[in-house]
Design a protein around this ligand. Structure first.
Ligand code: GRF
Length: 224
């Protein structure tokens, strides 16, 4: 059954665009029914519009509104939409317990670092600043533990001697654009399940057989 997805984003929406592109190419068994942003006019809306996403929602936080009250409005919008999966693709708000519990097991996030290291809003910057030799990105289920939910997929790239924040962020972003759509597809196919000790991915075949090219030098999980 084609997975009905709602995407939450705050900015340029390149991960949203990558997901829409792979859906359009028939590589991800999903459809995006709604894109919601907390930043009116954000570029992610243009990407959604261009791809013909049926519902575009601007839901900014109102002046003086509490995080809990905002989350309650967000829950209401998403309950009406009834998505099978909520994808946080650069949604720059921390979602509270009520939201995480309302959609438990049905929210995923893409994070620009190799969790559980470098949680928070500056994954690439913090990876580089720590003198790490490898960078990467992670898809994971969202729980009230910020960036701490069960990991689904990761991919990694070596950090080069002359890397800057910009050059490294660009390589990590290219990887994000591969693992996020792949994660949605695995979930759509019922190949991701949560076990008591983490997430089990049962990838039947490799995405690289499906006209998706590996990034030179990158390391992918088995079955990607
Ligand atoms: C990505 O780096 C994502 O990992 C992070 O926010 C950024 C969003 O980029 N959570 P975009 O809006 O998808 O281009």
């Amino acid at each position: 059954m084609t997975l009905k997805v709602a995407v939450l984003a705050s900015g340029r929406g390149s991960n949203l665009e990558a997901l829409l592109r792979q859906i359009d190419a028939g590589r991800v068994d999903a459809r995006v029914g709604l894109v919601l942003t907390d930043k009116p006019g954000a570029a992610c809306l243009d990407k959604a519009r261009a791809a013909g996403v049926p519902a575009l929602v601007e839901l900014p936080r109102e002046t003086g509104e509490s995080a809990a009250a905002y989350d309650a409005r967000l829950i209401e919008v998403l309950r009406a939409e009834r998505p099978d999966l909520i994808v946080l693709a650069g949604f720059m708000r921390i979602l509270g317990t009520a939201f995480c519990e309302a959609f438990a097991g049905r929210i995923i996030n893409i994070h620009p670092a190799l969790l559980p290291s470098f949680k928070g809003a500056h994954g690439v910057r913090d990876t580089l600043a720590a003198g790490a030799r490898v960078a990467g990105c992670t898809t994971h289920f969202v729980t009230a533990d910020l960036d701490g939910g069960p990991i689904i997929l990761q991919a990694a790239v070596p950090i080069l001697r002359d890397d800057t924040m910009e050059s490294l962020a660009a390589r990590v972003l290219a990887l994000e654009h591969q693992i996020l759509p792949r994660t949605v597809d695995l979930i759509a196919r019922g190949q991701v399940r949560t076990a008591a000790d983490g997430v089990v991915v049962e990838a039947g075949s490799s995405w690289f057989d499906a006209d998706v090219r590996p990034l030179p030098g990158a390391l992918y999980p088995d079955g990607f």
